[in-house]
Design a binder for this molecule. Structure first.
Ligand SMILES: [Zn+2]
Length: 389
């Protein structure tokens, strides 16, 4: 800019010089013409500055005028919805703030700047999407990311066999658009019968946009995959498949799969934490995952949560549990310790609270060493946090 101004100024003074020379050429007469040349040169200098300033003001003025006549940039942002698909980091706090500032009448230039970091939320999603499981993913984290319940992911991904421990890196999961499940329509099905089967509402099935149902004649062709929003089904209680020994005839808490009896043992008077770390790594307690995954490195000690008798100490796959120990504490309490790298106790071994029963590991359906810990009362799983803190 400065050099530009200097150029303009220079051209004017050059012009001035040309006019200035004329009186010099005519100046044959000495003395008299000398004084008249000086004011002339000064006048040109002043004129050239005035013209320069005029041009600069005109340029600035026209630029400002052009800017002010530009149509204001209107940021169109999809209405935020409660539906689960505004998922993928679309609803950052910045998004909300910038929308507010548009309403607040902030200068267009500022709004444009904010738009750069504003991710516009997606429209509500009506179809399923595919998600590839990466290393370190856990069911609750994936469900959280898509604002879904973890059951919904288990419902629609039959390859998991209702067991979040079957998650493996690289596995492709179907992520439903909303909580619920998919159902393949059969001959003779009605919206009411299907809704009842999955504890859902017929209207929700008919009105779900992804189902593309003609509202003037709501019918579904058999074989069509229909989304049942809010639908649920029983998840397979794969935990119950484990073969266990009974504690004893009088306090028998071994369950339906009890094969033999250990004949009693110590009864727990309290429960403690079964590992050094109290942190959860991965799955918490919830439907489809009836225990907690406690952070534990390969080889770290695993402790009996309470005194009792070991009713199972078994190596192998064990329905995904891997090397597993089960302790019957009496009064209906049973604890389960899974994915162990080694087992220190045998079936029917009596243990006290804090006895090292084995070492944490990565056996069975597990990626990354951790301790899968379950607590059951009368054969039903409860949240381990109810008895250990
Ligand atoms: Zn687990």
């Amino acid at each position: 800019m400065k050099s530009f101004l200097e150029k303009i100024r220079a051209s004017f003074s050059a012009l001035g010089q040309r006019f200035k020379r004329q009186p010099k050429v005519q100046a044959d007469a000495p003395a008299l013409s000398e004084p008249s040349a000086k004011p002339k040169a000064d006048r040109f200098a002043i004129v050239s500055w005035v013209v320069t300033i005029f041009i600069v003001v005109a340029l600035l003025g026209s630029t400002l005028y052009y800017k002010s006549t530009l149509p204001p940039k209107i940021v169109t942002v999809a209405q935020p919805t409660n539906s689960p698909d505004t998922t993928s980091a679309g609803q950052s706090p910045q998004a909300g703030e910038s929308v507010a500032s548009v309403d607040g009448g902030v200068l267009p230039s500022i709004v444009r700047k904010l738009q750069l970091i504003t991710k516009i939320p997606e429209r509500p999603r009506y179809n399923s999407i595919v998600y590839r499981v990466s290393r370190g993913d856990a069911m609750l984290r994936i469900a959280d990311e898509f604002k879904l319940k973890s059951e919904s992911i288990l419902y629609v991904n039959t390859q998991l066999e209702d067991n979040p421990h079957n998650l493996k890196p690289g596995m492709e999961l179907t992520i439903p658009p909303v909580d619920g499940l998919y159902y393949e329509w059969k001959d003779g099905d009605t919206f009411e019968s299907v809704a009842e089967k999955f504890d859902a509402a017929a209207d929700d099935i008919i009105n779900f946009p992804g189902n593309d149902i003609d509202l003037t004649d709501p019918t579904v062709k058999p074989g069509t995959l229909v989304m049942i929003p809010g639908g649920s089904r029983d998840l397979r209680a794969w935990e119950q498949d484990l073969q266990t020994a009974g504690r004893g005839a009088n306090t028998g808490t071994g369950g339906a799969n009890a094969t033999n009896s250990c004949g009693g043992g110590p009864v727990a008077s309290g429960f403690g934490w079964p590992a050094n770390s109290h942190a959860i790594s991965g799955n918490g307690y919830g439907p489809g995952h009836l225990g907690i995954d406690i952070q534990a490195n390969e080889g770290e000690p695993v402790y009996a949560a309470g005194s009792g008798i070991v009713t199972m100490a078994q190596g192998g796959w064990n329905y995904g549990y891997g090397n597993v120990v089960q302790i019957d504490h009496g009064n209906g309490y049973v604890t389960v310790y899974a994915h162990l790298s080694s087992i220190n106790v045998g079936q029917c071994t009596p243990v006290g609270q804090g006895t090292v029963i084995g070492a944490a590991g990565n056996t069975g359906n597990s990626f990354g060493a951790h301790l899968h810990f379950e607590v059951r009362i009368g054969g039903s799983n409860i949240n381990p946090y109810d008895i250990v803190q």
